[in-house]
Design a protein around this ligand. Structure first.
Ligand code: COA
Ligand code: AMP
Length: 643
């Protein structure tokens, strides 16, 4: 399917008159009350889309397609090798379940604008819960199952949910992870007291229900189906927490109207998917990719979406993704480069891929972290279809840079680059003073305001933090937190975060938060956490700690306690496994720890020792410490105890 317009003309039109461009896109959706205006500003001066319009995302995703004759088409294909389950839900079935579950939520007292936290793996029951919240105008917040109770408690206190919906457990490879005890622990840690907990019991692990508070998921499905309520376009649809530079996660807010318009547009223009076609996004519903391209965008566009519960490897093997593509005749696949690296590691010659008929596949899209050229080339050669690296963030909710396959005249994808700005995004690379940098020069990646529909209008309950974190660095621009450059042909290259955020296996984590946890240990005087290069996960965190004089604990014990504290507080997904005790940390004379220099040192990159360093000898001490531990790309091949 090709869009009538060329990329260049579409992008230019979207910037020349954003309101007219997006009002036209909005007309592709069945509004209850169509918006008369596209763009406005609220009392804070923040941009809002489609004020005055009314609709409901759950209606758009379900009822509308059934009315249009898609009732018998698969909406969701749940494929779970970890539980040996394959179940397809048609649009009519998904609508029925959602409408009844929405009725059940109402019976629990959930109403318009009430928050509902969902703590579940990739299960159809989780998708039903999301759509049911949307249906009654409640605001869901899905929390990734790998987060520990402390992190869940932070989100409970921020979102203040009336109800938490959880699964009794998840399956990590063949290891059962009981979720219910984690939820109980989080509730006891949180100051906010959640009224009700809904538990979806899985066959392999039973959650204990607390009388008076906990309800079985299946009971809610016995309720009468309820229709979708019409809500303003600016009504909140969901909150999705993401890591910032501190221990307090940021509640990225998404609204009904702009989100629906942008995601539908993206399905057509970015991914080139027509109604009736199939997408497989190998992500988790706990992340933005899962929200947008497992759940909402495919359903808004009348597509079929593969909901996969498992990992790219060992469930049961590194051919799982290819089996999914062949079996479900997937046209577009989306995953993180880490997943491809994991597959490549176990099946370097791609023998498993060759066992499947992958002829339905048109493109593989990758995002979530930088895609290294070797991974890009391997996937390209193996699959024989374009591999498209594209860049986005939880904040945007849909791609900001891409090679758009639904538009004509798009320059071909190029290894290392995330492509060109998507219509609606005026991506600019600025220097620290806010001036555009010339092509080829690395700077800070920004988007000139207004951000297009679908992007977060603000942070949940925190307009000040929204302004301060994203809008204050360069007035008139959204600052992404990434560094990058544009080449002379207009291709943009994203080089990584310039703040204290790292990307571990495509999961966004805060080193600042890990430092807070390390610093709270009684034996630690000071610390720094770095994200160092890792051949599988892209980056992994490493803690450098200076111990207090005279503390009674052995170094090894402190190291173990620190690893277990981070795992216990953030969760296993942080992959925080290494702590190195050092005598001192390199700092500027004003006391700022030289984290970037430390990371460059570990990664074996060229770096200049900053002239402001208080004592250059410390670099040599740290080099020796890295070498002793064979830590980082620069030292990993050296034998233990060298130097
Ligand atoms: N629930 C509970 N625990 C979880 C979890 C979840 N949902 N997700 C991860 N974990 C745990 C893992 O079990 C592991 O625990 P361990 O330290 O006890 O072994 C730890 O968190 C680290 O997880 P992960 O980094 O995922 O390692 P892994 O060995 O389980 O899998 C990969 C490695 C590469 C296969 C996996 O990271 C992967 O599929 N990455 C792609 C990520 C992705 O698609 N991200 C989407 C962003 S778009
Ligand atoms: P998240 O909000 O979890 O989606 O993480 C967003 C961050 O992931 C971005 O700020 C980037 O640092 C990184 N990222 C996402 N996609 C890409 C990409 N295609 N190339 C490089 N980095 C990316």
């Amino acid at each position: 399917m090709k869009h009538a317009c060329s990329y260049a003309a579409t992008h230019a039109a979207s910037l020349a008159d954003p309101a007219a461009f997006w009002l036209h896109q909005a007309q592709q959706l069945p509004w209850d009350t169509p918006p008369r205006q596209a763009l406005s500003q609220d009392a804070n001066g923040f941009y809002r889309w489609f004020e005055g319009g009314k609709l409901n995302t759950s209606f758009l995703c379900l009822d509308y397609h059934v009315q249009q004759g898609r009732g018998q088409q698969p909406a969701l294909i749940y494929d779970s090798p970890v539980t040996n389950t394959l179940r397809t839900y048609t649009y009519a079935e998904l609508l029925d379940l959602t409408a009844r579950f929405a009725g059940g939520l109402r019976q629990l007292g959930v109403g318009l604008s009430d928050r509902v936290i969902i703590y579940m793996p990739n299960l159809p029951e989780a998708v039903v819960a999301m759509l049911a919240c949307a249906r009654i105008g409640a605001v869901h917040s899905v929390v990734f199952g790998g987060f520990a109770p402390h992190e869940l408690a932070l989100r409970i206190d921020d979102a203040q949910p009336r109800v938490i919906i959880c699964a009794s457990g998840g399956m990590e490879f063949d290891r059962v992870v009981p979720y219910k005890p984690l939820v109980d622990d989080a509730i006891s840690k949180a100051a906010h007291k959640t009224a009700k907990v809904v538990v979806f019991q899985r066959e392999f692990v039973q959650g204990t229900l607390q009388a008076g508070r906990d309800v079985d998921y299946q009971e809610l499905l016995q309720a009468e189906a309820v229709p979708a309520v019409s809500v303003p376009a600016t009504h909140p649809l969901y909150i999705l927490y993401t890591s910032g530079t501190t221990g307090r996660p940021k509640g990225v807010l998404r609204d009904h109207g702009g989100h629906a318009v942008a995601l539908r547009f993206s399905m057509e223009a970015v991914y080139g998917l027509a109604p009736g076609e199939t997408i497989f996004a190998g992500s988790d519903i706990g992340w933005a990719v899962g929200h947008s391209y497992i759940v909402y965008a495919p359903l808004l566009q009348g597509c079929s979406s593969v909901l996969f519960e498992g990992k790219p490897v060992r469930t049961p093997d590194a051919g799982t993704f290819w089996r999914l593509v062949a079996q479900h005749k997937v046209q577009v696949m989306f995953t993180a480069p880490t997943a491809i690296r994991a597959i490549k590691k176990e099946d370097p010659e791609g023998k498993l891929a060759k066992q499947h008929d992958l002829s339905s596949l048109r493109q593989l899209f990758v995002a979530g972290e930088r895609c290294d050229s070797a991974t890009y080339a391997w996937a390209r050669e193996l699959l024989g279809v374009p591999v498209i690296d594209h860049w986005w963030q939880t904040e945007s909710g849909w791609p900001m840079l891409a090679t758009l396959v639904g538009l004509e005249g798009m320059p071909a994808p190029r290894a290392g680059s995330a492509g060109h700005p998507v219509p609606g995004y005026d991506v600019q690379i600025l220097d620290e003073d806010g001036h555009p940098v010339p092509p080829g020069t690395t700077g800070l990646v920004t988007v000139k305001l207004p951000l297009p529909p679908g992007c977060f209008p603000t942070l949940w309950n925190d307009d000040a933090r929204f302004r301060e974190s994203y809008l204050s660095t360069f007035p008139g621009y959204y600052f992404s937190g990434d560094g990058g450059y544009r080449d002379s042909e207009g291709y943009v290259y994203i080089m990584g975060r310039v703040d204290d955020v790292i990307n571990v296996a495509g999961h966004r984590l805060s080193t600042g938060e890990m430092e807070e946890i390390l610093a709270s240990h009684p034996a630690v005087a000071e610390c720094a956490v770095l994200g160092i290069s890792d051949s599988l996960r892209g980056q992994v965190p490493v803690g450098l700690v200076v111990l207090k004089d005279g503390h009674p604990l052995a170094e090894k014990q402190v190291e173990q306690e620190l690893v277990s504290n981070v795992r216990g507080q953030i969760g296993a997904l942080a992959c925080f496994r290494t702590v190195v005790v050092v005598a001192r940390l390199p700092k500027t004379r004003s006391g700022k720890i030289l984290r970037k220099t430390l990371r460059q040192l570990a990664d074996g990159e060229d770096f200049a020792i900053p002239s402001t360093i208080d004592d250059p000898l410390i670099i040599e001490e740290i080099t020796n410490a890295f070498r002793r531990r064979s830590l980082g790309a620069a030292f990993e091949t050296l034998p233990e105890n060298a130097g």
